[in-house]
Design a protein around this ligand. Sequence first.
Ligand code: GLC
Length: 751
Amino acid sequence: MTDHAPLDPSKLTDAQLASLTSGGSVWDTEAVGDRLPAIVLSDGPHGLRRQVQGGDALGIGDSIPATLFPPAAGLSSSWDRDLIREVGATLGREAQALGVSVLLGPGINIRRSPLGGRNFEYASEDPFVSGEYGVAFVEGVQSQGVSATPKHFAVNNQETDRFRVDARVDERTLREIYLPAFEAVVRRAKPWALMCSYNKVNGTYASECHWLLTEVLREQWGFDGLVVSDWGAVVDRVAAVAAGLDLEMPPSGTDGKVQDALGDGSLPRADAERAARALIQLEARTRAARLALPPGEVEAAAGSEVALRAARASIVLLDNNGTLPLAPSSTPKLAVIGAFAAAPRMQGGGSSRVMPTNVTDVLSAFEATDFDVRYAQGFEFGGSEFGSDARERNPHALADQAVEMAENADVAVVMVGLPDGAESEGSDRASIDLPWAQVDLLERLIATSTPVVVVVSGGSVVRLGQWRNGAAALVQGWLLGQEGGRATVDVLTGATEPSGHLAETIPLDYADTPSYRYFPGRDQEVVYGEGMFVGYRHYDSAQIDVAYPFGHGLTYTTFEYSDLRVQLQDNGTTAIDVTITNSGGRVGTALAQVYVRQDGDPQSPVHSLRGFERVTLAPSEGVDLRVELDDRAFAAWNVHERRWRTAAGKFTIEVGESSRDIRATAPVHHPGDGLTAPVEPLSTIAEWLSTERGREVLMPLVRKVSDSAGGATAAPEMREMFLQMPLAKLVAFGIGITEADVAAMVAKANG
Ligand code: GLC
């Protein structure tokens, strides 16, 4: 590309503008001669899926080998911002090596239901964890001069009917649950691109929702990147450009519609120029990285090293009776059971599917140790594996062999979980049960006298039956990418200390889940009837038992918390200081989670995670840990005023190792944000009297009404009715106040 001045959209023809609002091919943007080169976009959120011959958005065709990292459901369980940023940076370097300028990730939608087919690609049930994950990931990718693309904006929480479904969500739930992760990423990490979702949001396709793509994203949050559609998400090209969508992918061959709309004036040229400017800016932002390296191969060894550390940190130790960590000296004869031990579950299905540069499995990793290892497949896949009617169809021979092997071992490690295809882009799960053959095998193994260590693989949580009470140890192994096999053995043997924590609650039963009665909707509509009560916000507010709570994760040591201090700061943030001591015999990493609890409002979740910090401590080591809460920690979205408000009142700061393992609390009285809402004609008498200005203006009228009613308004039963009366309604009550009086009072009170 010669050194020209940047392309000026105002100088482009309608035809050129129209062509830039759509891609050049399935993975490339459109070029403009030698003035604007085409740039390459590529999945995905946990590894490059660079396709050079043609390509598909479904994960069907092959791609160039690249490092397969733990998908978000695993990596987010690390709660390690620095590690997530490092994974992002490694992905950025690999994108650059493969000539990719725009990486299509991270996925930061909320894991609303455990049935969600793409939960493996998303970070959490909690918006704060999702936001921290997204910020670190985007910072990492873009540190390499490659654009990240947080997705799918917005409210993409299911795969069922995803191209059409209308997600009906109240605005407070949108603002406090489904948008905050995107808001945090846009405001703090400043992504150069962002992808809209397929679905409708409250009646309008996200790809053509001006409120979402322009008012919220650009005007309120300050987004200054390019908005790209999900592949095939655009329904109306012209409406999409007008709403704030800059780039349709892949091209639908309908540029003529945009050109015609420009020609007849139904599409303002400014909208098309905005889209062109966004693409020109994206090319410029990614040019240095693109020109610095000729497309080649990824640095496989470097990627594997990062992927291994990421996998280790993603593993969550749920339960342990002391059997872990395993040591050949104490349990030399090891039975390794389950198909996943030899054929690991590394990733989910769909557009994020990566061709890994390497694969490690649990069996091989154990065989490389000093254990005396025996392997049994234990179960097989295929056919209808779920539900008890599968009982007859599962060959007992595999289970018989596994049970016999376990009976002759010192310890058994059993790898179970969701088979490939059980969770994928494009479809949701029908149940959260494990395949029956696995449950049957677990029950039989647990019935032996051999300690059984169970490792669960899967991108979303499964129902853990009664067998779990008999397990010697239980590990949530998620999907761990290409190095998951070795990472799992490192944690089970204590070569690596377990440090992961759940970013999604594991419920006892599907019927306990908050969206049980609403997911996945019907008749092309899904109502988010559970509102704000997603994940632990539901279970903890309703005091519903769960298998393992949000934030839960054990280590091989223990921690004590003490001396909690809370300091509200002038800038609206809050400083939380707490002393943490390693009270066990091994080094370990504590994860101090900070929840803000309110007990007065049943319409709001009883507590919400507002901060967290990790700290690694040697035995007996103590530290004073600081956790900063941002200025939204005590806020709620006011749907009438359509802004964030922090009411004065009593709250409790909770600090602990999970949403139900609170180690220290401290009361805090928040003075509120001091904002006063302007009074309106329909403001109630109580609202008028709640501000000094309002009282000053209103009191003469209150006295007049009270006198004319002979003081009746002071009677208790009348008082509340009077206070709840909108001022303007008094006009109809013949007390001598007119609409003009009301208007004058409103003007005077609002000054
Ligand atoms: C897919 C996915 C999206 C992906 C895109 C390109 O349908 O929804 O996450 O980045 O299309 O493959």
